[in-house]
Write a protein that binds this ligand. Structure first.
Ligand code: HEM
Length: 414
């Protein structure tokens, strides 16, 4: 279906259509139409609560800039009505993205220092070493691999879980749990179709991190897990539910997002050989290339906000209780902000993408993610002699955090 054949009503359903997220070109054609013709559609899809979708960069920014009106509440992600009801009955998580100020600010302060440039600078050497090992691994694999599975998944997983302080033996388990949580609608990763099975994933997280809290309280070490286990907010030990939720967001948000960006970034280079050549000849472009990969992939497809007092964005009125979906994937292709937005440009500057959000909830790990992506490509590009697809790339079936789950490649590497 071309943009001209698609109706606005059809286009607006993409945000609640799991399959649409597996077809990048379809998704973007729909969003292009919406940005042009109906940038804030009211989306009514059976099974989902009605919501407005913000498709333009400026409108997403407007919502991000006013967190006191557009709040995260305990439901920051779009979910089916029935599923949301069951989740709330079981007890919504209380991670940073589930909280609003003033609690949010206090809880964020608990770990904020760990993700500041001065703290992360200490990890530079370690991240470079992991990037080297990742590319060595490509060489060992003998010229063919699934870049998503073999290379882009293990490196960010190791970075964040080692900051947290988890034993290496537990990394595969954390990976499985993250995938079951974020990719629960994809048959390849889901534990089961039922809500009850999904909830066992949450119970596993709670069981695992509950034991970790006990351990780090008894024997604190220098890691982030010990900081969380012994954290104090308003002079009181952090509440147990908030505490476990905190572990969950650090352990999960910290790797799938970055892995998807690395894989989607390489896929974009494969599809744009001129940009690969450009990067090869001018390694000083690595920082802008990483930013462009993040814009291009936008692995966090959306967050949801809830209107708590009557408001307006670009002439659209909102009433108390309305839900707004902030489509980062669409905003990052906005023609009004990005010249030639569908061109993958490793030298793009400025690049005011919203892939990390903006404002109070701006991604805590943004700098860490950029360091990892830069390090991997800084190591890979000079060693790459040739590269080509070795099979079809595949996107995950997810409306929240998503990207390429498979990218088979054939290559020669030094
Ligand atoms: C390319 C990789 C990543 C992308 C695209 C990404 C994207 C995002 C987005 C869109 C938000 C919400 C922002 C908003 O609501 O305005 C967010 C929040 C968050 N991210 Fe990331 N993220 C990435 C990597 C990471 C990493 C490596 C960590 C490691 C700790 C991390 C931890 C978090 C946390 C803790 C929050 C919640 C912040 C808050 O609510 O105050 N993310 N991220």
């Amino acid at each position: 279906m071309t943009v001209d054949e698609m109706t606005i009503a059809q286009a607006s359903t993409v945000f609640a259509d799991y399959d649409a997220y597996t077809d990048e070109s379809y998704f973007h054609r729909a969003c292009t139409l919406l940005r042009r013709e109906a940038p804030i559609p009211l989306v009514e899809v059976e099974g989902f609560p009605p919501f407005y979708a913000l498709t333009r960069h400026g409108d997403v920014m407007e919502a991000e800039r006013n967190p006191e009106v557009f709040r995260n509440t305990a439901q920051p992600v779009l979910a089916e009505v029935e599923r949301q009801k069951l989740m709330s009955q079981a007890g919504d998580l209380a991670t940073l993205v589930h909280l609003d100020d003033p609690e949010h600010r206090k809880y964020r302060a608990v770990t904020a220092d760990w993700f500041q440039p001065s703290s992360l600078a200490r990890l530079d050497g370690r991240i470079a070493e992991l990037a080297r090992r990742a590319v060595d691994r490509m060489a060992e694999l003998g010229g063919e691999c699934d870049f998503a599975v073999d290379i882009a998944t293990p490196m960010p997983l190791e970075v964040i879980l080692s900051i947290l302080g988890l034993p290496e033996a537990d990394y595969p388990r954390m990976l499985d749990l993250t995938r079951e949580l974020f990719q629960g609608a994809d048959p390849e990763f889901q534990r089961g179709k039922s809500f009850e099975e999904f909830m066992t994933v949450m119970y596993d997280f709670f069981g695992y991190f509950g034991a970790l809290v006990d351990e780090r309280r008894a024997r604190p070490t220098e890691d982030l897990a010990s900081v969380l286990a012994n954290a104090v907010v308003d002079g009181e030990p952090i509440l147990p539910f908030q505490q476990i939720s905190y572990y969950v967001i650090i352990a999960t948000a910290g790797h799938d997002t970055t892995s998807f960006t690395m894989t989607g970034g390489l896929q974009a280079l494969l599809e744009n050989p001129d940009q690969l050549e450009r990067l090869r000849h001018d390694p000083s472009l690595i920082a802008t290339a990483a930013d462009e990969m993040i814009r291009w992939v936008s692995p966090v497809r959306h967050f949801l906000r809830h209107v708590v007092s009557p408001a307006e964005i670009s002439g659209q009125r909102f009433e108390v209780g309305d839900k707004l979906l902030l489509s980062y994937w669409s905003a990052n292709r906005d023609e009004d902000v990005f010249g030639d937005p569908f061109r993958f440009d490793v030298g793009r500057k400025p690049n005011r993408h919203l892939a990390f959000g903006f404002g109070a909830h701006y991604c805590l790990g943004a700098l860490l993610a950029k360091m990892e992506i830069r390090a991997l490509f800084a190591e890979l590009i000079p060693r790459l002699r040739s590269i080509e697809p070795a099979g079809p790339a595949e996107l995950s079936r997810s409306i929240f955090v998503g990207g390429h789950k498979h990218l088979p490649i054939r290559y020669e590497i030094a």
